[in-house]
Design a protein around this ligand. Structure first.
Ligand code: HEM
Length: 154
């Protein structure tokens, strides 16, 4: 199923434009790295507060709600720029194990983020659950980043 999707993308004018251009990939990689820095900052601060770092006594829910849109902006930037970069050779990424692991880890991270978004509205959540969620969220983000770095190494 996904092979067809990547092959169809390779036949598009966007993919051809990225493939023949001398600057599109590089410019979108800059957007990608900026997006992951914004997302990373929001995720790491929110995760630290969830896991128990007092952060000046700010309420967990307030920190999460305050950083939610920053994280979403960063996420949209990495996804948008990532899709454009894949255009340089979609089937190369389809067959790249690090790229595939990265997307599944990202999916797990987004699912956990949505779960935490519901959790922060609840009372009486045991501290162990917060600690687990905070550590898992930052761990997944770091794993996605490492898998992203590993793409070019394979
Ligand atoms: C939280 C989300 C993400 C993070 C933290 C992330 C992180 C990274 C990192 C660290 C690199 C290596 C940059 C370098 O070596 O200069 C990278 C490269 C890349 N990422 Fe992402 N990324 C994310 C999401 C995505 C998504 C959703 C896609 C595609 C839909 C994507 C596609 C790519 C591509 C195509 C490369 C270039 C790989 C290469 O050929 O060297 N990334 N990413």
């Amino acid at each position: 199923m996904f092979h067809g999707l990547y092959a169809a993308y390779a036949a598009t004018s966007l993919s051809e434009a990225v493939r023949v251009s001398r600057w599109i990939f590089a410019v979108f990689e800059m957007v990608h790295l900026t997006g992951l820095a914004v997302l990373g900052g929001a995720v790491l601060i929110a995760s630290a507060r969830l896991a128990g770092w007092p952060l000046g006594g700010l309420d967990r829910g307030a920190v999460w709600r305050g950083l939610r849109w920053v994280a979403l902006g960063g996420l949209l930037a990495v996804i948008g720029s990532g899709v454009v970069m894949v255009g340089v050779n979609p089937l190369k990424y389809y067959f790249n194990p690090s790229f595939n692991v990265k997307l599944w880890l990202l999916l797990a991270g987004v699912a956990l983020g949505l779960a935490v978004d519901r959790l922060v509205r609840r009372e009486n959540v045991p501290p162990i659950v917060w600690r687990g969620a905070g550590l898992a969220l930052s761990g997944l983000f770091l794993a996605v980043g490492l898998a992203g770095r590993a793409i070019g190494l394979l």
